[in-house]
Design a protein around this ligand. Structure first.
Ligand SMILES: NC(=O)c1ccc[n+]([C@@H]2O[C@H](COP(=O)([O-])OP(=O)(O)OC[C@H]3O[C@@H](n4cnc5c(N)ncnc54)[C@H](OP(=O)(O)O)[C@@H]3O)[C@@H](O)[C@H]2O)c1
Length: 299
């Protein structure tokens, strides 16, 4: 495993574990987390919203029972106010909500501080100054080591790049959804790095693409109809294994870590094997895939 450092000094493994996709039973989830650490992963990504805090609790139990806190950096997210009575989620990026929520996340995760704390969305209408002030307070008080945003909105990203001290931006990024290419130069110029989520597009960028397309992408995706999508993937797969091309493509970007989700241990092992095969290889292109942009697709 290779590592990359962010400006606040977080040294992240090039592959991180997206914990949103973990199975809900402790024993299966614990096996995936253990495999991740044994294979060199040192970044676990979660959010308070995932299963209304239960995802953080699952990780917290693992860190405590297995004594793994020192082996991993933990990133969580804030901004969605939920309650346990109904499914209503209210967007709340206020200072008060962030300062309260961090304590709830620390308790659920069984940790004294978060390595990374991210705003989980937001629009240009938010009071971003207030949000940034809250993150700076938490960093100053030692409750978080670094902060960032999870956003696909160019205007929001622009604001945070120029008005805050963010280390990372989490964005969906892969050969199919290559919209972040529009922003990579600007992001790199601010010494900010990307956490690339959805690197295998829910399984499409694997050798199971046809099965995954049938199961999850019957309406196609972005500018691709389902037929066009499977034809494109078939062509690209003849050239090189899709997961290897995806990993290599992302490693050539200003990415700190590629956040892979897995609901089974074998998925993680397969994806890591593809990463290992190309981690030190030369640059590649995504020449089978169309250019995407945020003007046409802002969701
Ligand atoms: N807004 C945000 O901040 C945001 C949004 C989304 C995700 N995230 C983060 O990013 C992480 C990854 O997101 P993602 O789920 O979109 O990423 P992904 O890595 O592209 O997809 C993960 C899913 O792909 C399938 N998969 C994985 N390996 C496979 C393989 N070898 N063969 C076939 N299928 C395979 C599994 O689906 P099945 O479980 O169906 O088998 C798995 O749950 C999340 O866990 C979360 O931490 C953040």
């Amino acid at each position: 495993m290779n590592f990359r450092q962010t400006k606040s000094g977080l040294k992240l493994s090039e592959i991180g574990l997206g914990c949103m996709n973990l199975p809900h039973d402790y024993s299966s989830a614990s096996k995936i987390m253990t495999t991740a650490i044994e294979q060199g992963i040192n970044y676990f990504d979660t959010a308070d919203l995932y299963q209304k805090g239960k995802n953080e609790e699952l990780i917290g139990r693992f860190l405590k029972e297995e004594g793994r806190r020192d082996d991993v950096l933990i990133g969580s997210k804030v901004g969605n106010e939920f309650n346990y009575e109904d499914d209503d989620v209210k967007w709340n990026p206020s200072r008060a909500h962030i300062l309260k929520s961090v304590k709830d996340s620390l308790t659920r995760l069984n940790v004294d501080y978060l390595d990374l704390y991210m705003l989980h969305g937001g629009t240009i209408e938010d009071n971003m100054e207030e949000t940034i002030d809250a993150f700076n307070t938490l960093k100053h008080d030692g409750l978080i080591r670094a902060y960032g945003i999870s956003s696909i909105r160019p205007n929001v990203i622009d604001y945070y790049l120029t008005h805050s001290d963010i280390d990372v931006i989490m964005m969906q990024f892969n050969m199919i959804d290559n919209r972040p290419e529009m922003l990579t130069d600007k992001i790199a110029a601010h010494d900010v790095k990307i956490l690339a989520r959805g690197p295998i597009m829910k399984g499409l960028l694997t050798d199971k693409y046809s099965e995954v397309a049938d199961k999850k992408f019957n309406d196609g995706i972005m500018d691709y109809s389902k037929q066009e999508l499977t034809e494109t993937l078939a062509k690209a797969a003849k050239d090189a294994p899709l997961t290897e091309s995806s990993m290599r493509y992302l490693l050539d970007q200003p990415v700190a870590s590629i956040i892979c989700g897995a609901s089974r241990t074998e998925q993680l092992e397969t994806n890591l094997a593809h990463y290992e095969a190309v981690k030190n290889a030369g640059p590649t292109t995504r020449h089978f895939f169309k250019d995407m942009n945020y003007e046409d697709h802002l969701s």
